[in-house]
Design a protein around this ligand. Structure first.
Ligand code: FES
Length: 108
């Protein structure tokens, strides 16, 4: 039995949620399956950019760097910042326990 992991996700009202997270799951799935409003229209296929989150600056360096494909798809997202990531491209790992992300604004 692996230890229980969590991420902290701030919603669009500025409320932080402590979400249980399973190793190997996409951060997008953890956010969605805990009932927070993330569209993730393509289900993680890197085709929609609606799983856009901002990663807390303390954590950006701990993540696997963006692929060229993620970078290109992020160009289609709204209000992209230096710490923007597509949350379907980040897999939960034990060393990401406590990861902090914030939901990006929706496009419509
Ligand atoms: S869910 Fe579509 S790009 Fe992440």
């Amino acid at each position: 039995m692996s230890e229980e992991l969590h991420i902290l996700c701030t919603d669009r009202d500025g409320v932080e949620h402590n979400l249980p997270a399973l190793e190997g799951w996409r951060i997008m799935e953890i956010i969605r399956d805990n009932g927070l409003p993330i569209k993730a229209e393509c289900g993680g296929a890197l085709e929609c950019a609606t799983c856009h989150v901002y990663v807390d600056p303390d954590w950006t360096g701990k993540l696997v760097p963006k692929s060229d494909e993620e970078d290109e798809k992020l160009d289609e997202a709204f209000m992209v910042k230096r710490n923007s990531r597509l949350s379907c491209q980040i897999l939960m790992r034990p060393d990401l326990d406590g990861l902090k992300v914030t939901l990006a604004p929706e496009t419509d």
